[in-house]
Design a protein around this ligand. Structure first.
Ligand code: SAH
Length: 214
């Protein structure tokens, strides 16, 4: 697959659109300018890669809308060398954005096919991350604690194990709600047992499910 001038031009327009919708973090916008979203789409949707919409990626899952990816990433306040845990690798597009921003990324996916695809595809286009097939509710205790934790599926509650894998001063971004919509929630760990929460509007994600699927 090629990343042509035409793709770069479409990407620039998409980044301007995301910016006009309120994303001001230059690091996020730059990363979005650099990651070829069309590489991450299902073949039947490649031509829509630079629309600000979510699309199916197989296994009943979706690649998130670019604005949503940018919104979550901006809230996460990612810095170079941050250890970031992502739950819900999916297409790997969000993973690539985090790697592009200089983070050391640990990403978990419960759908085996999506995990296998992302694990082989991302390194082939230069994005190195640590891929895990498993249940994101469990986190990755042996690699934690993390500076940042990002959940890219809608959860009905905050997974306790993930809270405990956050560094003190660390931030988690998680969409919380039922299957119809979720409130984007930012959680900061203040001390061993204190967390503060802020809410940032409604979004719609595929559900965060327990266990792993075959
Ligand atoms: N970040 C992805 C978004 C994918 S949609 C992207 O940019 O493409 C959310 C993903 O979360 C789906 O692939 C789904 O299979 C996965 N998921 C849902 N529950 C999970 C869990 N408990 N652990 C790990 N992944 C989960």
């Amino acid at each position: 697959m090629n990343d042509t001038y035409r793709h770069k031009g479409l990407r620039k327009i998409l980044v301007e659109e995301v910016h006009s919708k309120g994303i001001k973090d230059e690091k996020v916008l730059n990363a979005m300018m650099n990651v070829p979203r069309h590489f991450f789409m299902d073949t039947s949707f490649v031509k829509y890669a630079y629309k600000d919409q979510a699309f199916p990626i197989g296994c009943g899952q979706t690649i998130s809308q670019p604005y949503t990816v940018a919104f979550q990433t901006q809230l996460l306040e990612v810095d170079r060398y941050h250890k970031v845990l992502e739950v819900g690798t999916g297409s790997g597009y969000q993973t690539a954005i985090l790697v592009e921003m200089g983070a050391k990324v640990f990403t978990i996916e419960r759908q085996r096919d999506l995990f296998l695809k992302a694990q082989s595809f991302l390194p082939s286009i230069g994005y190195k991350a640590n891929f895990f097939y498993g249940d994101g509710y469990e986190g990755q205790i042996s690699y934690g604690p993390f500076d940042r934790i990002l959940i890219t599926a809608g959860a009905t509650e905050i997974p306790e194990k993930l809270k405990s894998q956050l560094k003190i001063g660390g931030i988690m971004v998680i969409p919380l709600g039922d299957s119809s919509s979720q409130v984007m929630t930012r959680i900061e760990r203040k001390s061993d047992d204190e967390y503060s929460e802020t809410e940032h509007g409604r979004f719609v994600f595929v559900p965060l499910l327990k266990g792993k699927s075959m």
